[in-house]
Design a protein around this ligand. Structure first.
Ligand SMILES: *Cc1c(COP(=O)(O)O)cnc(C)c1O
Length: 395
């Protein structure tokens, strides 16, 4: 496929889309499954003249997500970050909460935004998920909870984290933003901990353009979050709880319903591409594709390679070479939440306690995936890297 000049999603947020954006090959290209189904749903929205405030499409969306994920409640929200904030508040977190640093910044922000201190624990360098032993080390008398992140859609060690939470009287919830439809020990991940928070942002495997949800089996918690997402309104002229505006709009539910029907197709494409990447990088020195447990469901949305010290060229040179070909791979979470200004100011020496997070952050490249990627794209990416390596070590 022709690959035209592009800029990153982050650049776009700052500067707006260049004309060639639609043809770009970049990480985070949205999955748009069925245009006709979406437009038909949008027709329904306009006919209903019900654009937001728990409309019929949002209700249908919540029901379908709850069924698919095998949970009692799905509370749809305007985005994953607000969903995290509302869940954190509904659970009554305070003081310090233990989170990985190796995650998207929103996990930390959702706490800090509410005057709760995110305390970063290190990860397992193989799975990239929280290391239970590291979590134990970060517990203090101020700790009120743990947020596990199912990174790359691979389940965090929920049983071990629950045992720690039980032992210390802490509340456990999950940031499942990457993990729509993933399983842990064969069970859908939305049921672990007190609740799980999903993001349906455009860049995620399953998207509603912007959107998110909290899933839980806890009736009271679900009710509290429903109140909080709608200003605390219990009925006309009756506010019984402090709240905010976290509502999902009907247009987003329309996208979600259309994309839900196409999701299995997206996963099949991702799996095919993942296998092609595996084959392409077998035998390339110092480059390993992050593997997913074949016994668990995973959308395979994230095609992640790690460049280690045995690779003759550096991770950053590989990224530069691919960018020069307009293949916009990404570092992701670099340099780690603990090295971003707000948290660096808070914990200037956090890196000393996070050796695996720092090492992984320096090794990772996220490759494009989804419908825009095929065998030819995978070969091009491999060829660019192999050509770079054959030129010899970078200074
Ligand atoms: C995307 C993401 C979020 C935030 O979700 P939004 O819908 O973009 O607000 C939170 N946590 C993680 C791990 C994410 O990847």
């Amino acid at each position: 496929m022709p690959i035209k000049p592009i800029r990153s999603q982050a650049d776009l947020a700052l500067h707006g889309a260049p004309p060639a954006y639609a043809e770009a090959l970049h990480v985070g290209r949205p999955n748009i499954c069925d245009r006709e189904a979406f437009l038909q749903r949008m027709g329904q929205v306009l006919d209903n003249q019900w654009l937001t405030n728990n409309g019929p499409l949002v209700q249908e969306f919540e029901q379908r997500i709850a069924e698919r994920l095998g949970v009692k409640h799905c509370v749809a929200m305007c985005n994953g970050t607000i969903a995290l904030e509302i869940a954190i508040r509904a659970l009554g977190f305070s003081g310090e909460v233990i989170v990985p640093s190796w995650t998207f910044i929103a996990t930390a922000h959702a706490l800090y935004w509410q005057d709760i201190t995110p305390v970063f624990a290190d990860i397992d360098p193989v799975t990239h998920n929280l290391d239970p032993a590291a979590v134990r080390r970060m517990i203090t008398p101020r700790t009120s909870g743990i947020i596990g992140v199912h990174l790359w859609g691979r389940a965090a060690p929920a049983d071990e984290l629950q045992a720690i939470a039980d032992e210390h009287g802490l509340c456990l919830m999950f940031d499942a933003a990457h993990a729509f439809d993933s399983t842990y020990r064969g069970q859908p991940i939305g049921r672990f901990g007190r609740c799980a928070v999903f993001s349906f942002h455009a860049t995620k495997a399953f998207n509603t353009m912007e959107g998110g949800a909290v899933t839980t089996d806890d009736d009271e918690l679900a009710e509290a979050m429903r109140l909080m997402r709608n200003f605390g309104f219990a009925g006309y002229d009756n506010v019984i709880h402090p709240g905010t505006n976290g509502k999902m709009i009907e247009a987003c539910a329309a996208m979600g319903l259309a994309n839900l029907d196409g999701f299995d197709g997206v996963v099949a494409t991702n799996r095919r591409n993942h296998a092609a990447y595996r084959e392409a990088f077998a035998g390339v020195p110092g480059i390993t594709l992050l593997e997913y447990d074949p016994a668990e469901r995973n959308s395979h949305h994230y095609a992640v390679i790690e460049v280690d010290a045995s690779c003759p060229v550096s991770r950053d040179h590989i990224i530069d070479a691919l960018h020069a070909e307009n293949i916009l791979v990404r570092k992701y979470f670099w340099p780690g939440c603990h090295r971003m200004k707000p948290y660096r100011d808070l914990f200037p020496h956090a890196g000393l306690l996070l050796p695996h997070s720092e090492a992984v952050a320096s090794r990772v490249i996220v490759l494009p995936n989804g419908a825009a990627v095929d065998g030819a794209v995978v070969s091009t990416i491999r060829d660019v890297i192999v050509a770079l390596i054959s030129k010899g070590p970078t200074p």
